[in-house]
Design a protein around this ligand. Structure first.
Ligand SMILES: Nc1ncnc2c1ncn2[C@@H]1O[C@H](COP(=O)(O)OP(=O)(O)OP(=O)(O)O)[C@@H](O)[C@H]1O
Length: 688
């Protein structure tokens, strides 16, 4: 029991010594963390952590993997919220209104590469230079220096083709680019050879000599941190010791930092095990009491952009972001992205709604005379669609039962004479009507093929009987159509909806994926720390995707109107505007998905999950009127139901915006656009 107060006394003395050596001669600090707590769901990562980075010094943050170094740095730059405690960076909490952090004053190298793979080294540095408001001359000068200093390949080398170590050096170059006042470097020397590592440290030591630059750096190479002015040894979310490396080593009578660290760990373990054996629990347990049930794993990227405007040229940022968000398209997958919708719509026009070919139909003709009417009628059947197989009654029915034929056409032995009687005499018996009729037995398991057989039969009766056909036809007469033509096929019905659907889903997929990937690769964090708000990033995505879908729509229209000859009786401008607006609906829905979901797999699943239900109940493949009632109400509320109807009305009826069925499609589309953009913003806000 006497060991505990002694231990406490020793701890207190050690802390006082270290603080004294830290504070001596300098009041200022660049970063100060007090009682900082942070957890991911129930996982406590930072526990009452205190840390001070003196102004104009290098702070080496050391600790085993998973002890919370990256989490702490993210809290310092403001991309993660702390649940308790206080952090002050360059005088104010990060993301404090009017504060310079995030902004140009801070250079952040996250642990992830956070680089655009499709950029060259030159593009990457130019991009960050623009974001930081550097002039092209300044950027070029810094670029030349950094490429030489970091021993990087030529500036037109693509980032994606660089080695892991080279990529990390480019990432470091991006953090050093604007000569920031505060450098936050998360393992900058990983994958870097010892010579270059020494050079990087030498440079860091050099730049802090002015007293204007402060650096906090994490590293796994404990010994290299001896070059830091102060080291912090971290374990299990707590700082075990903080002070100049020599003082820390002396304190623990160690000859290396590693030894000192091991000793600190042992001491900490002993204290922990004593606390565990104590029934009331020790001070560590109390200090780790986080607000329970609160999930803080969300990033806080959506905070309004803070204080950057006075430094940055907005246009430069927008241009840089647009280039960056477009870059994945412009390079590798551009052609694919532009051609994909054309390929999809071509497949629809070629494969959906056309006439079936080569349907085998068994023909049982019981008329034997060469001049029989049945023979000449059969010669009028469209042979490319219906292949006639003359068979006996038994073989024909065996064949249809075995699935060899789609139907059987049968003529009775008196077909010609009975048909003639039917046409000449006013009143005929049922037997004459029956015998003078062509009999058809169908396999109705595939309605489409059989619809064709029936259509061909109607056509051939009309053709062959010519002027007399009305005598045997049904008492129905189809006049000239008001809209459309007699030849209107299923393709014509499907195409407008398919065009909208393709535009919508490509936009959803591309936007959701690129935004989620940027977040995952740490690019959003990095840009945010550089002073770019999430809203700006979202808008950049919106505009770059808008460019992509505009080209897609142009190609789509060229194909459907000129190659597949889909008619357009209405205004081409209205057609284009409606399709573009549907593309925007897709982009904004993609933003909703990426705002709500963190990884690309789930984002893909969400996009794909709604694809079929929406396609099927939006009346794109089959008319809405065929949908049972409760579902029909849902269908009408979907973004593409009224829009498809409006597009059909414009293209096939030549209607304009004065018609309700047209403006309703535009209104619903605009409504969904607004809803999705507001929803994406709200979700992002809620996640702060
Ligand atoms: N987004 C997250 N969601 C849940 N847990 C997380 C998340 N990020 C980190 N963690 C957990 O928090 C703990 C600290 O992680 P952190 O990345 O801060 O460690 P680190 O000290 O930087 O490790 P390393 O040196 O390996 O990078 C780890 O246990 C990690 O699994």
């Amino acid at each position: 029991s006497t060991a505990k107060p002694q231990q406490k006394l020793k701890e207190g003395n050690m802390k006082a010594d270290l603080e004294a050596s830290l504070v001596a001669g300098q009041e200022d600090f660049a970063i100060r963390c007090r009682d900082v707590c942070r957890s991911y769901g129930k996982l406590k990562v930072l526990s009452n952590l205190n840390l001070t980075v003196p102004q104009g010094q290098i702070y080496g943050l050391l600790g085993p993997s998973g002890c919370g170094k990256t989490t702490l740095l993210k809290c310092i730059v403001g991309t993660l919220k702390i649940s308790r405690g206080h952090i002050s960076v360059l005088g104010k909490p990060p993301a404090f209104p009017g504060h310079d952090v995030p902004g140009r004053k801070v250079g952040y190298m996250p642990q992830e590469l956070a680089l655009y793979n499709e950029f060259t080294i030159g593009d990457t540095l130019t991009f960050f230079g623009r974001i930081h408001g550097l002039t092209s001359k300044e950027t070029k000068a810094r670029m030349d220096f950094l490429i030489d200093f970091l021993d990087l390949p030529q500036k037109h080398s693509l980032v994606r083709n660089l080695s892991g170590g080279q990529k990390r050096r480019v990432s470091l170059g991006a953090a050093l680019l604007q000569n920031p006042e505060l450098l936050i470097l998360d393992e900058p020397t990983v994958g870097v050879d010892p010579v270059l590592r020494a050079k990087i440290w030498q440079h860091l030591v050099e730049i802090v000599k002015t007293g204007k630059v402060s650096i906090i750096i994490t590293t796994h190479y404990i010994e290299e941190a001896r070059q830091a002015n102060v080291v912090g040894l971290m374990r299990n979310g707590c700082l075990l010791a903080e002070g100049p490396p020599d003082a820390v080593m002396k304190q623990h009578s160690a000859t290396t930092l590693e030894q000192a660290f091991l000793q600190l760990c042992e001491t900490s373990d002993q204290i922990d095990s004593k606390r565990e054996s104590s029934p009331q629990g020790g001070p560590l347990e109390n200090s780790q009491s986080f607000e329970s049930g609160r999930d803080e794993s969300r990033p806080i990227l959506t905070n309004a952009r803070v204080c950057c405007s006075k430094y940055y040229n907005e246009q430069h940022i927008s241009a840089a972001l647009l280039t960056a968000t477009l870059s994945p398209c412009v390079c590798s997958s551009l052609c694919f992205q532009f051609l994909l919708p054309v390929i999809q719509v071509s497949l629809i026009c070629l494969c959906v709604g056309g006439d079936p070919k080569g349907i085998q139909v068994a023909v049982v003709n019981n008329e034997t005379s060469p001049s029989a009417y049945s023979r000449s009628l059969l010669s009028f059947l469209d042979n490319s669609s219906v292949q006639q197989v003359p068979l006996s009654h038994k073989d024909a029915f065996d064949g249809i039962y075995n699935g060899e034929y789609w139907g059987v056409i049968g003529f009775g032995e008196n077909f010609t004479s009975y048909l003639t009687k039917r046409m000449i005499q006013r009143q005929v018996s049922r037997e004459v009507v029956d015998g003078g009729s062509l009999h058809v037995w169908l396999d109705l398991t595939s309605k489409m093929e059989n619809l064709l057989v029936v259509c061909s039969l109607f056509a051939f009766v009309d053709n062959k009987l010519g002027r007399m056909s009305y005598l045997v036809s049904l008492p129905i007469k189809f006049e000239e159509p008001i809209y459309g033509s007699q030849n209107t096929d299923f393709t014509t019905f499907v195409t407008p909806g398919a065009v909208l659907s393709i535009t919508f889903y490509l936009a959803v997929g591309l936007t959701a994926l690129s935004f989620v990937l940027e977040r995952k690769e740490g690019l959003l964090d990095r840009c945010w720390v550089a002073g770019v708000s999430s809203l700006e990033t979202m808008l950049a995505h919106l505009f770059s995707q808008l460019f992509v879908i505009s080209v897609q729509i142009l190609l789509l229209l060229l194909f459907i109107l000129l190659v597949f000859k889909i008619p357009n009786e209405g205004s081409l401008v209205l057609v284009i505007i409606l399709i573009v607006l549907q593309g925007v609906t897709g982009i904004s829905f993609g933003l909703v998905i990426s705002a709500a979901i963190d990884d690309e797999q789930s984002a893909n699943q969400a996009a794909l999950g709604i694809f079929y239900p929406n396609l099927i109940i939006s009346g794109i493949i089959w008319p809405v009127e065929c949908i049972p009632y409760p579902l029909r109400y849902i269908s009408l509320a979907l973004p593409q139901t009224y829009a498809s109807e409006a597009l059909r009305c414009i293209m096939y009826r030549g209607w304009g915006l004065s018609r309700m069925m047209v403006w309703r499609g535009f209104a619903v589309t605009l409504g969904w656009n607004t809803f999705f953009i507001v929803l994406a913003t709200v979700i992002l806000k809620l996640r702060t």
